[in-house]
Design a protein around this ligand. Structure first.
Ligand code: FUL
Length: 435
């Protein structure tokens, strides 16, 4: 999916807090002109495939009339207690063909049961109500944060029960938490996956409340037992919730974030917080459109198409595994050497010099993530090969950023792969966007 939109919206939008206390009166939540269709249209135009909404943040307030809580939209005077943000947003997503996902914070500063085993049942009922009645949920986002501190309440979460509830009600939903089981947290909120980023990680013996070290979340593990790709969450603003006067990140920052997340085998979940009207603010949507236009213009022309592509190893003689498949725009066409080959050299030769500064490589992920060491070389003016980039993992997508290179020949040397390498995409692009 590459990019999804995160939406933080709730009492904090109106109080300016990042973490609500849980004591906010329900009437605090009072969007003057809620327009979820505007969020969806903005997301669609910006190129997001799905939207994930904070249905319940740490303050415990529910954006839908959750029967397991007395602290919801039903208890506030907004729309006479008849409002339901989950309904409005899921309907708008369905109408425009975007996927809809739900963030629910396990940490709850309002619910009186929090810190006792009874809370696990409240949370199960909360999941039950959010995951039924709003159509298909593509992702269930379990936040790992808890700010209770050493003297605060301690909650033993019943994770196996939470997971099976999601599986039972939404069998296709991806479950996000620090450790998955569907996809994992990337280990920071600054927008960068590891330069080495495996989609695998061993999660046996861990739980969302007890995860491997941050460094491992960031890089994954080459021999990890589970498939839990990294998801990079970051906010367009400094904070997660809208605050008057906060500026969105610059176009240059957004492009860096894109290269460091999508370009490193991770999904980018970019938070776009609506304002107190319930709109995405003008300056935010404008920045998103600049971001979209920049990506479209950078990746509009794959210069590799101007050359001929060859591989020193290819399986068989037919089209099925041919090097040219890496340049076809169909996801399921790929190049592969023989099963026993774990190294290979791919060369692109141009009739005339090309200038680029972005190299895109894609492994065919239905067959797993395999490559673990590669180099990119170019032919110098005097005819010798020069290494311009070195990489470890590729995964679904790897974008290498280099200085501007002008050359007639480029080669990718795959030095180490856990099984024969399988690539379905290769690209050379020029990013000349003014920052
Ligand atoms: C964190 C939370 O504490 C923040 O408020 C925010 O929701 C972020 C996405 O996750 O853990």
């Amino acid at each position: 999916m590459e990019m999804n939109m995160f939406v933080h919206f709730g009492p904090n939008t109106f109080t300016g807090l990042e973490w609500g206390t849980g004591e906010e009166p329900e009437d605090i939540f009072n969007p003057t002109d809620l327009n979820c269709m505007q969020w969806v249209e903005t997301a669609e135009k910006a190129g997001f495939k799905g939207i994930i909404l904070t249905a319940k943040h740490h303050d415990g307030f529910c954006l839908w009339p959750n029967p397991a809580s007395q602290h919801t939209v039903r208890e506030c005077s907004w729309r006479n207690g008849q409002g339901d943000v989950l309904k409005e947003l899921s309907d708008a997503c369905a109408e425009r063909g975007l996927k809809f996902g739900i963030y629910i914070s396990p940490w709850d500063r309002h619910d009186p049961h929090y810190g006792t085993s009874a809370y696990n049942n409240v949370f199960l009922q909360t999941l039950e109500s959010a995951l039924t009645g709003y159509g298909p949920i593509f992702e269930q986002w379990f936040d790992g944060a808890c700010g209770e501190g050493p003297n605060g309440k301690k909650q033993e979460y019943n994770w196996p029960a939470f997971f099976s509830k999601v599986t039972q009600l939404q069998p296709d939903a991806i479950m996000f938490s620090n450790i998955g089981p569907g996809c994992r947290w990337v280990g920071n909120e600054e927008g960068h996956a590891g330069e080495t980023c495996w989609s695998m990680m061993t999660i046996d013996g861990y739980s969302p409340s007890h995860s491997p070290e941050i460094e491992i979340l960031n890089t994954g593990e080459q021999n990890g037992h589970s498939w839990v790709p990294a998801e990079t969450d970051i906010s367009l603003h400094n904070g997660w919730f809208y605050r008057e006067g906060e500026e969105p990140k610059s176009l240059g920052q957004l492009l860096d974030i894109y290269y460091n997340s999508v370009g490193r085998n991770s999904l980018l979940l970019l938070n776009v917080p609506p304002d107190t009207r319930g709109h995405i603010a003008y300056k935010d949507s404008l920045r998103l459109m600049e971001f979209r236009n920049a990506l479209d213009s950078i990746f509009a022309h794959n210069l590799a198409h101007k050359g001929t592509i060859q591989a020193d190893h290819t399986r068989g003689f037919g089209q099925k595994f041919a090097a040219g498949n890496m340049l076809r725009n169909t996801y399921h066409s790929y190049w592969a050497p023989r099963d026993q080959d774990t190294t290979a050299v791919i060369t692109i030769s141009f009739p005339e010099k090309q200038c680029f500064n972005r190299i895109v490589l894609q492994e065919y992920i239905p067959l797993g993530q395999r490559i673990r060491d590669f180099d990119v070389d170019i032919k110098d003016n005097d005819g010798t090969w020069q290494t311009i980039a070195h990489g470890t993992t590729i995964g679904y997508k790897r974008i290498l950023c280099t200085k501007e290179i002008t050359t007639e020949q480029v080669r990718i040397r795959i030095n180490k792969s856990m099984a024969c390498p399988v690539l379905n995409g290769i690209g050379l692009f020029l990013d000349d966007i003014e920052r």
